[in-house]
Design a protein around this ligand. Structure first.
Ligand code: NFS
Length: 657
């Protein structure tokens, strides 16, 4: 029998085999041993009260099966999904709340180690919020911005979240028509938990509409607030060189890894690791310095702004430790496997939890506090340095790594298409209209040990760009592309179809644009809104030749993201089995009914080839709906999207392409 390949990343596979040899348990072993519960997996298990858990199974379950209270499958599957959306929304949004509080502290002079880095972005956001900024002190504007977005968490008496009006007018009108404009983030999460309590809301469609309202509070609330404030505090990303995969760890330096999601401490560490006293201290322990690396979405945050290298996404966290080269790993919140503590014990690695919200038995806890950020960061770096001499000649010092170009904020993509004053989405819209670019896909979400990890991302990334589809990627989608070498513009251009390649070379962008962390999926919403405003395509997000794909999703956050894209008008395709498969009615609502109402849909499809076919079909149908030129490989109109040579050279030089 052919041996199962666990990961599409050869470096990961080497580490998995090494772990097997040394009897080190990883998520890949656990995924093989722990089969998913077949009832819970398809959404047919209700455990919302203690008369159950009730299993709604059997022949004709949709019609016949009932829980003790009488709940039927559509209710149960819809409630389960709504709880996933609420959990995902709360995660992103709690992260955003921390960012908003930090901005307020900075404005009030209470977080002295942070500053407002991007005043232009502050003004842009102030503009969205209708806050006066001309001629006012920066801190006053920042205070007003922070205060106004903080209202979005707890507004009580109806109303709408502030950034809903950043959506195209027609999109917003659809939301209003169906009553899904979020009132406030916390309120939607609380109401979702209330409605799914025993004996409250039993109408699947009604529950799912609340799901969309909650998801919109995530996308146009939590995620967008987080992206914007992170840009204000730490700078809006511009193209930057970095590296990806395990080869980023250095033999002769202290390797400190930041893992999790919140960028606050990681940003401070970027400065602290290069302080002369720190470097001198590292030398006293025999290291040349301190090498900062990232994991998961914290990695994406600091890669986008500083070129800090990434060891990869979700499934790389245990494997990174097995290299034996990580002296200390800090973790804050989300997507952190508690198993890393067990693996770390087999090596010399120290795991340090830093969030007041998250502790792991066996890990050391050092509370991060933004009011004394540098002090805490220095304590952690010194701890990493002190651990360097304990490194053993153990583990597998893998040297594979790939160059990466990241840092594509929506502002920069706009700038690339016409410069500071003429920035627009005209060239991209024109290229889509002419059929050079067939459409756009957002490739996002987790990587997953239940499939050949990162393999689905890799397959889809290459096939899509071959088919002239521009990819915007985030989170572990970006990590999967980065650790495969696909975020090197030359490599991606080599695979891209002729139309896409021509456009990318003309504008000076690669075919796969790394947009940032998972909360930065909000940048895709902003890009889609800008494309609608630009004209020539759809005048709302719905109807665009655009699709969202999360082929290896596993997190509840991914479900919230999928739903906010669907509600915004984007057809979404997730890999793996459907968590609502038990109910045909719920599946119908999420595909057909949402398409009619919002021009978005949510599919689950485990077969990657079918995901590709479905995505291309959606794109082609959208092109047809917009009466655009039929896409034909290698054949496109003669419209020029090109700028003059000087402009091209300037932009490409800036991007380092
Ligand atoms: Ni988003 Fe998936 Fe986690 Fe980031 Fe990665 S697993 S849902 S991409 S690190 S949040």
């Amino acid at each position: 029998m052919e041996k199962k390949v666990h990961s599409a990343n050869p470096a990961s596979e080497k580490l998995i085999l090494l772990a097997e040899d040394q009897k080190i348990d990883t998520c890949f072993d656990r995924a093989a041993k722990m089969k998913p519960c077949p009832i819970g997996e398809i959404g047919a298990c209700c455990k919302n009260c203690h008369m159950g858990p009730c299993r709604l199974v059997g022949k004709n379950a949709e019609e016949d099966a009932r829980g003790v209270c009488g709940a039927q499958l559509p209710t149960v599957a819809a409630r389960n999904l709504l709880r996933m959306i609420a959990a995902g929304t709360s995660a992103h949004s709690d992260h955003a709340r921390g960012m908003a509080y930090t901005l307020l502290d900075v404005a009030n002079g209470k977080a002295k180690d942070f500053k407002i880095t991007d005043v232009r972005k502050l003004y842009r956001v102030a503009g969205y919020l209708e806050i006066e900024f001309e001629g006012r002190p920066i801190n006053d504007v920042a205070r007003d911005v922070a205060t106004k977005v903080i209202e979005d968490f707890g507004r009580q008496m109806g109303g709408e979240i502030n950034f809903a009006k950043r959506a195209p007018k027609k999109t917003l009108e659809r939301w209003r028509k169906w009553g899904i404009v979020p009132r406030s983030i916390d309120r939607e999460v609380v109401e979702s938990m209330h409605r799914t309590n025993i004996g409250v809301d039993h109408d699947a469609d009604h529950l799912l509409l609340q799901g969309l309202r909650t998801a919109l509070a995530d996308g146009w609330g939590g995620c967008m607030i987080s992206t914007d404030i992170t840009d204000i505090l730490f700078g809006t990303p511009t193209p930057v060189r970095a590296e990806a995969s395990y080869g980023i760890f250095k033999e002769d330096e202290v390797n400190l890894v930041v893992h999790g999601h919140e960028p606050l401490m990681a940003e401070i560490l970027v400065d602290v690791v290069n302080e002369p006293e720190i470097v001198a201290y590292a030398k006293t322990k025999g290291a040349k310095g301190v090498n900062l690396g990232g994991m998961c979405c914290t990695a994406n945050e600091v890669l986008m702004r500083h070129g800090i290298p990434t060891a990869g996404g979700f499934t790389n966290q245990e494997l990174g430790i097995i290299t034996g080269l990580i002296d200390l790993m800090t973790v804050d919140v989300q997507c952190i496997m508690p198993a890393i503590v067990e693996i770390a014990k087999k090596f010399h690695t120290k795991v340090v939890t830093t969030s007041e919200k998250a502790k792991i038995p066996g890990a050391q806890h050092i509370q991060f506090d933004e009011h004394r950020a540098k002090e805490v960061a220095r304590e952690i770096v010194r701890m990493a340095i002190d651990n360097f001499p304990n490194r053993k000649a153990q583990g597998s010092h893998i040297s594979d790594k790939f160059p990466v170009i990241g840092g594509f904020s929506h502002e920069y993509i706009e700038y690339m298409q016409g410069g500071t004053w003429r920035g627009s989405f005209r060239p991209l819209n024109d290229a889509i209209m002419a059929g050079r670019v067939r459409g756009v896909v957002g490739l996002a979400g987790c990587d997953n040990p239940r499939v050949q990890s990162t393999g689905l991302h890799k397959y889809l990334a290459i096939e899509l760009i071959k088919n002239d589809v521009l990819i915007v990627s985030t989170g572990c989608g970006s990590a999967a592309c980065g650790t495969s070498g696909y975020l090197q513009p030359e490599m991606a251009l080599e695979h891209a179809g002729p139309g896409l390649r021509e456009v990318c070379e003309a504008i000076g962008i690669p075919p796969i644009l790394h947009l940032g962390s998972c909360v930065d999926n909000s940048r895709i919403l902003t890009i889609a809104s800008a494309m609608a405003a630009e004209g020539g395509l759809s005048d709302e997000i719905g109807g665009m030749p655009a699709v969202g794909i999360a082929p290896e999703w596993m997190s509840e956050k991914a479900i919230a993201i999928g739903c906010y894209f669907a509600a915004s008008g984007v057809p979404v395709i997730f890999g793996g089995n459907s968590p609502v498969e038990a109910s045909k009615e719920v599946t119908r609502i999420m595909t057909e009914v949402w398409m009619e109402r919002f021009k978005g849909a949510f599919h689950f499809e485990p077969d990657p080839e079918k995901i590709l076919a479905l995505a291309l079909d959606y794109i082609d149908k959208a092109r047809e709906g917009l009466k655009l030129k039929k896409y034909e490989y290698g054949k496109f109109g003669t419209e020029k999207v090109l700028m003059d040579m000087a402009a091209r050279r300037e932009i490409r030089g800036h991007a380092g392409l």
